[in-house]
Design a protein around this ligand. Sequence first.
Ligand SMILES: [Fe+2]
Ligand SMILES: [Fe+2]
Length: 268
Amino acid sequence: MKEISVLFIGDIVGEKAFSLVCKKLPEMIEDRKANFVVVNGENIWQGKGLNEDHANKLFESGAHIITTGNHVWENWKSRPLLAKNDKVIRPYNYPPGNPGRGFHIFELGDKGKIAALQIQGRTFMADIDCPFRGADHALKVISLHTPNIIVDFHAEATAEKQSMALHLDGQVSAIIGTHTHVPTADAQILPKGTAYLSDVGMCGSHAGVIGMSQDVALKRYLLGTAHKYALAEGDMRINSVHIVIDAETGQAMSISRQTEPDFEKRLG
Ligand SMILES: [Fe+2]
Ligand SMILES: [Fe+2]
């Protein structure tokens, strides 16, 4: 049986986390014997987007595909990268006319082809095109090429993520949630063979609020006004998920989530 070992790295928040991921990625790939590596890069550049240098360093470190999300649009300088590099993808269901692509089909030599597709939710987020119809539309094309499909579902609401999982179960290899920056404990293989995790969590400082400094986050809530975004410092962690898929059928064989360095182990 041909297997594809997939390593998926959660949203990288800030330059320090970016450097840490670039440093650790080769050993993480070695450890999982990963053949295909997807990294979410929507928050690398001071929390918003990424540039060509960031993308190149991630590819040099072993990434095959970089996904993004809503914050990539807040950095005007990321848009040329989306337009230029088809291995840096953005959510498929943004209205036509925006730069970039929502999926990429990668050739893995004797393992065959594997696709990465990104979709974005609408609940508590921008009112873009329907993610469900968007996924259906993209999969009509992708499934002509490969059954091996990894979906990054970038969404706020767990209910929307679980609904998408049920909608796509059996049609894709894995649906991995991103965007909330907090990992969830629901890694599972759904009844029709799709691996699922509501959110992989982020790579960055866990000393603040979803990567933002405590001071800024608290002011925003306590004072109810806007305050300049600042990144949190310290307690750096990398959150990832490892999925093994049967390359003949595209079905998931296993899924496991990891936080490095492991918080509970450090307490012990
Ligand atoms: Fe994010
Ligand atoms: Fe996001």
